[in-house]
Ligand binder design. Structure first.
Ligand code: GDP
Ligand code: IMO
Ligand code: MG
Length: 434
């Protein structure tokens, strides 16, 4: 019995939430290991849509343990409102438990203010962040000035002192460099102490909890946020997020060793999307791009921004398979391609110097900007595929597309998603039984 890591293989929004919700049926523990409420994971169950930003996507199932690991940055206000909303809607099952690592760093009001102020100053070169304070919170973690979940529920005086010290520097930046108003430490203190009281019951040593579950032979599902090409090291830097989004961080982001999971499911949209700035080799600024955006309802689940759309880029996917140790691919949103006459797959890039690249996205942005995608064209299909539950039920041209992706990715497909709902899925392999 294997434990499973789910990670995005593109620029996020691949459908990780849907797949994690589906796989959670077979898991006992579902744990987020990085990112924060920049993530928006959409679940559709019995016609009802739920978008989760911090709470793991296993929450709709009863008798699960859902954990927010130490690698996540937590905005306590967002976490509380997410818990409240789930409870109000009757979507937080009574036997399911939620826990947050005492080591998870907090997103503070000044992180959000600095995120927005920096983006404002970058002008045309902005990253297009979600404005949730993610980058500044991870910066403080690395600078060793961050405040953690454990301190939020701990000694009030220590929390107040740290906050005051941090704000001396942050307010200097905000007022003197960005020309903005300062943040009042006392107001933040009062606000956050209230959050601490509300969240106290959820705070735990998540590593110890996970270790106990592993020893009992319980199945763990690690839920990644964002995608490989938004990874701080392996993505299209600097147009990335501020955490490692790849599978390796499932371990350090939760406090377990690398033996804790051996299966990595890479989630891959049947085409490519990106929100925010940065390079995008197969982007389409034409009718087909607009069609993908409309039919795929490609609006950000967190910010509501329009997602940029383009053809499936197998250089991106192969890069992710390599860096993430992906053992199987889950292909999502295949139904969105229905009705497109000729479908293109990018199998490689041609650099400005005429060199062919097909395994790795160039790290150097000017080199990447000079790359032209090399396409292969395939026949499309017109049949409605949303009712298919087995591969054999798919039209011939769909299966050819799938086979080509499998060959180019050099890993097997383990799932094909043909609609947003939990049941609109063709399951080819149960990843836990690997
Ligand atoms: P995540 O961030 O990776 O969890 O993905 P998002 O939830 O941000 O975006 C994926 C969007 O596509 C959501 O609106 C899902 O409900 C939807 N979705 C997921 N799988 C499918 C699919 O196979 N077909 C269609 N049409 N929509 C899907
Ligand atoms: P899920 O988990 C898509 C993008 C932002 C921006 C860049 C940096 O739903 O797939 P940040 O706020 O993290 O500093 O923004 O990363 N981004 C995402 N794009 N899906 C996400 O999460 C994202 N989280 C961040 O749009 O380009
Ligand atoms: Mg999303």
């Amino acid at each position: 019995m294997a434990n499973v890591i789910v990670m995005g293989t593109q620029w996020g929004d691949e459908g990780k939430g849907k797949v994690v919700d589906l796989y959670a049926e077979n898991a006992d523990v579902i744990v987020r290991f990085q990112g924060g409420n920049n993530a928006g994971h959409t679940l559709v169950v019995k016609g009802v849509q739920t978008i989760l930003h911090l709470v793991p996507s296993g929450i709709l199932h009863d008798q699960k343990l859902c954990i927010i690991g130490n690698g996540v940055v937590v905005d306590p206000r967002v976490l509380i409102s997410e818990i409240d909303e789930l409870k109000e809607r009757g979507l937080f099952p009574p036997q399911t438990q939620l826990r947050v690592s005492e080591k998870a760093h907090l997103i503070m009001p000044y992180h959000k203010r600095l995120d927005l102020a920096r983006e404002g100053k970058r002008g045309g070169g902005k990253i297009g962040t979600t404005g949730r304070g993610i980058g500044p919170a991870y910066e403080d973690k690395a600078a060793r000035t961050g405040i953690r979940m454990g301190e939020l529920i701990g000694d009030g005086d220590a929390f107040r002192d740290k906050l005051r010290r941090n704000l001396e520097e942050k307010n200097f930046l905000l007022t003197k460099y960005f020309g903005e108003t300062p943040v009042d430490p006392e107001a933040v203190y009062e606000e956050y102490r209230g959050y601490g009281e509300r969240l106290r019951e959820y705070v735990a040593d998540a590593s110890v909890l996970l270790h106990r579950e592993l020893r009992r032979g319980r199945r763990i599902l690690f839920e990644g946020a964002q995608g490989c090409h938004l990874d701080i090291d392996h993505g299209t830097y600097p147009f990335v997020t501020s955490s490692n989004t790849v599978s390796a961080n499932a371990f350090s982001g939760t406090g377990v060793g690398p033996q804790a999971a051996s299966v990595v499911v890479g989630i891959c949209k049947a085409y490519t999307t990106r929100v925010g700035g940065g390079p995008f080799a197969t982007e389409l600024d034409d009718e087909i791009g607009r069609r993908l955006q409309e039919v795929g309802k490609e609006f950000g689940a967190t910010t509501g921004r329009r997602r940029r759309c383009g053809w499936l880029d197998m250089v991106l996917v192969r890069h992710s398979v390599r860096v993430g140790g992906v053992t199987g691919l889950a292909l999502t949103k295949l139904d969105v391609l229905t009705g497109i006459d000729k479908i293109r797959i990018c199998t490689g890039y041609r650099t400005a110097a005429g060199e062919r690249i097909d395994l790795a996205v160039p790290a150097d942005l000017p080199t990447l900007a000079g790359c032209e995608p090399v396409y292969e064209e395939m026949e499309g299909w017109t049949e409605d595929i949303s009712q298919a539950r087995r591969l054999e039920e798919l039209p011939k041209n769909v299966r050819k597309y799938l086979e080509r992706i499998e060959t180019l990715a050099d890993v097997p497909l383990v799932l094909v998603s043909v609609g947003a709902a939990r049941n609109e899925t063709i399951i080819l392999k149960n990843p836990f039984s690997s």
